[in-house]
Structures are given as C-alpha cells and as structure tokens.
Design a protein around this ligand. Sequence first.
Ligand code: ADP
Length: 223
Amino acid sequence: MSRADSPSRTALVFLGPPGAGKGTQARLLARGLSIPHISTGDLFRDHVEKKTPLGLTAKAFMERGELVSDEVVNNMVRERLQEPDCDSGFLLDGYPRTLPQAEMLKEFLRERSCGAPLVVNLGVSYTESVKRLGGRRICPVCQRTYNLVSQPPSKDTVCDDDGAALQQRPDDREEAIRERLSAYEAQTAPLIEYYKAQGSLHEVNAERTPELISEELMRVIRQ
Ligand code: ADP
C-alpha cells in the first residue's frame, strides 16, 4: 500500500458561512498539524491573478458572489489532492460547498480506502457575517487580514507590517456579500445535516476570539 492509500490520512473539512473565520483558523491548524491548507477561494484567486483559463472562467462568478460550477471546482480539487503533499492528510477550506462536491470528496476518499472526513462547522450568525465581511481589508503584499471595526490597522488604512495600502476583496462589496450569503444558505448549509447524519460533524461557535476557537479546534482534533 502506498502512502497515498494509507487509511491514516487525516481529511479535515471546514464548513461555515463566509466570514466565519475559516481561512484564519485553517491556516493555523494546518500549520500545527503539518498538513496542507487547501482553500478553493485562494486557489481561484491565484488563477485569477495569473489569468489562467480557469481563472478567467471563475472570475465573473466570484465577483458576483456566486459559486463556480461543481465540475470546474471538483476537477481543480481532485488534481490538488493528488499532489504528494496531501499523502498524509489535508485541510479543506471552502470545499465542499454543495452536495455534488461532498459526493466527489466521499468518492475520492473511498477510492483510497480512507474513512469519512472530520468536519468542523464554524457557526456565526448572518448579522455577524455581514459585519465581518464588510469591514475586511487585506494587505496585498503580505496577505495579512484586518477588520476596520474589530481589528483595525494602527495607522489609517495601511498595513502595520509593510505600510502597503490595504485593499478590499471585490466580493466583499455589499451586493456580492448578500449573494454569497444566499448561495451559502441555499447550497452549503444543507451539508451540515448531510455530515451530521454521517456522524462526522463537530459544531464550533465561531463568535468568539480567534484564540478560543483555536483551542477548541485543537481539542476536537485530539479527540
Ligand atoms: P468565502 O469568504 O465566501 O468563504 P472563499 O474565499 O472561500 O470565500 O471563496 C471565494 C469565491 O470562490 C466564492 O464566492 C466562489 O465564487 C468561489 N468558490 C470557492 N470555493 C468554491 C466551491 N467549493 N464551489 C464553488 N465556488 C467556490
């Protein structure tokens, strides 16, 4: 049996609405566990920046706050999961986001004789999501994330670390936020019941400080 087929592979999935803090927590946890953090949003943004054919397909959907088609996302994720750094596990952030995507992941893990993924749902209310996303600003140089309301930079709207002018993600504009939240309700929220029925879901209250959430995530993983 190759390492890629090892049942000891840790497959972690972060669910939660936009603005739940999945990216922040996923980066920390993946580093702590020495497994790759695979964010489909980041993969798409990278393709958009490099103007690849995939990026050109995804860009318009992303800017409107709509989901990219399952076929496109599934192919991109399947390819990424076949890379050798995923042999001993991976953390998926922003995937699956629809039932057909969850089915593709199940099939991928089944082909490799792996069990069900460990799924964590980071729960935040609609009002809190809107507040967090509307205030989010990102440093284009070091990618550090700020929030103009809860974690503002110390000077104006420039990065504390490198002085670069902070930017707003195109999909953090008001109309796109509303669209993302309704796509979440219609297409992603049903995954909570899907994974609950399989006994692989852990609920984490994400309306607390990042430190408290991190501690709880570590406890869930160790169990
Ligand atoms: P969010 O902060 O809304 O969780 P992400 O950074 O994860 O945003 O994703 C940004 C955008 O990329 C989404 O609004 C969507 O257009 C696209 N996207 C990311 N992951 C997926 C996915 N699994 N299925 C379809 N579209 C996706």
